[in-house]
Each structure stands twice: as C-alpha cells, then as structure tokens.
Design a protein around this ligand. Structure first.
Ligand code: GLP
Length: 243
C-alpha cells in the first residue's frame, strides 16, 4: 500500500486529479470507478478545470459508480446519480451512455445488481477505482460485517452511516435505509485503487486501514491485500498512524 501524505484537502484533491488525468492520457479507453460523498468533490472540481483548460478529455472514458440509495429516483436531488451529474458529468465531455450508476429505483433490485456486475465485466473491469472511506470502515456502502467475497448487492445501511449522511437530507427520516453497492470482491477486481481521506474524523479509520487487522468487521482493511492501492490522505487523516 502506497501512502501519499499531503498537507490538506486541496492538495489531496490535486494529487488524485493528476493520477486520473494521467490515466486519461495513458489508456485508450480508461474505465473509472467513481465515488460520492464530500471527499471526492475537490477531485471532481479539479477534473472539470482540467477539461476546461483542454488538458483532459473524457470522450473515451467509461465510469461506474460504487453505489446508489434504494428508493430514490435518479432525478432525486439526494440520489448519487444526481450528485454525479451536478459535480462532474454535466461539466465535462462525457455522454450519458458512458456513465453508469446502479438504479436504486429498479423494480427488481436483485436483477439490477447482477446486471450491474455484468456491465462492469463486459466493459473489461475497472482500471482505476476512486474510494472514500466511512468512519466505520465502509467502502462503497459495504458496512462492517459484509463478506469479503460479496458482489454487487442490496445492503442495509448502518444507523451510524444514516446519521452521518443525514446532513444531505432534510431529516434523518428521509435517509434511505438501503442501498445498492458494488461488493468487496467487485471493488478488489479493480486494477488500481486510490483511496482519499481528509480530516481528523477519518484518522481512526485511516489508522485501521493502514495498520489494523484485516477483518470483515472493518471492510476497508481488505485493501491491504490488493496489489496496487494508493492512499492519499492529509496530515489530519494520517494523525493516528503509528509507524
Ligand atoms: C458514503 C459513501 C462512500 C463514501 C463514504 C464517506 O456514505 N457511500 O462511498 O466514501 O460514505 O463519505 P464522505 O466522503 O462524505 O466522508
């Protein structure tokens, strides 16, 4: 696991941005796995700027997002679909057909999960997966206790996760209780992974990710077993790492 220590959120975003831009230049048809949450917003802003300055183009890229809330239509302002359109897709040269998120409003959710897996497989798997991390160690929405051999699935959101994410909704009651998420095994199949973290509230999680026991009780710990992971974290997020 490679650790890149940066000063702050802005530097974390710039580092991640340069890795994504390099992939856009290196690969003919790069496939990105994308994340939502507050953490990657700065990365997306930087990518939009790179596109505007004509230093990067997404016209040959494909994207797959990690997760989506169950029960929210893709136009719902709290859906991850809407988030991605607002924060990235609407501002760069990528068409709807090139971007993928699970459909949380699908009638048959099991089929939606297996179809999503098939799409990733048929595309040739993810070249670069961007991850954030939950304070409880979740990646995507794979909550503690999720099997390391899980594939894209419907999960019950932890109460702690619903509480943390309630800041985006009018009230806790509005936060969905379920989500579709790429599974741990699906994430581990990515050829390369970049995990981003900023701020003191991520320090415990980052310490466990880097130095803790590999256990299903802390889903992100499995990344210790992946051959090509880079953690880009700021000083505050790395403040509890011992070594
Ligand atoms: C969310 C997402 C994750 C994200 C994490 C941290 O609930 N499902 O993909 O990495 O929680 O979010 P944030 O970046 O806002 O701290």
């Amino acid at each position: 696991m490679k650790i890149i220590k940066v000063k702050d959120y802005a530097k974390m975003s710039e580092e991640a941005c340069s890795i994504v831009v390099n992939k856009l230049h290196q690969l003919e048809n790069p496939i990105f796995g994308l994340a939502t949450g507050s953490t990657p917003e700065g990365l997306y802003e930087c990518l939009i700027e790179e596109y505007k300055q004509k230093r990067a183009s997404f016209k040959n890229a494909t994207t797959f997002n990690l997760d989506e809330y169950v029960g929210l239509d893709k136009n719902d302002p709290n859906s991850y679909n809407h988030f991605m359109n607002e924060k990235l897709f609407n501002h760069v040269d990528i068409s709807n057909e090139q971007t993928h998120l699970p459909n949380g409003a699908a009638e048959d959710l099991e089929k939606e999960c297996s179809d999503y897996e098939a799409l990733i497989r048929e595309a040739g798997y993810i070249d670069l997966q961007i991850l954030g991390i939950g304070t409880n160690g979740h990646i995507g929405f794979n909550e503690p206790g999720t099997s390391f051999s899980s594939r894209t699935q419907v999960i019950d959101l932890d109460e702690s996760t619903r509480n943390v994410n309630a800041r985006f909704f009018n009230s806790l009651d509005e936060v969905p209780t379920n989500a579709i998420t790429m599974g741990i095994e699906s994430i581990m199949e990515s050829k390369e992974i970049v995990l981003l973290a900023s701020g003191e509230n991520k320090a415990e999680a980052i310490a466990h990710l880097i130095e803790g026991e590999v256990t299903e009780d802390f889903p992100a710990s499995i990344l210790q077993k992946h051959a090509h992971v880079t953690v880009i974290a700021d000083e505050a997020a790395l403040s509890k790492v011992k070594a």
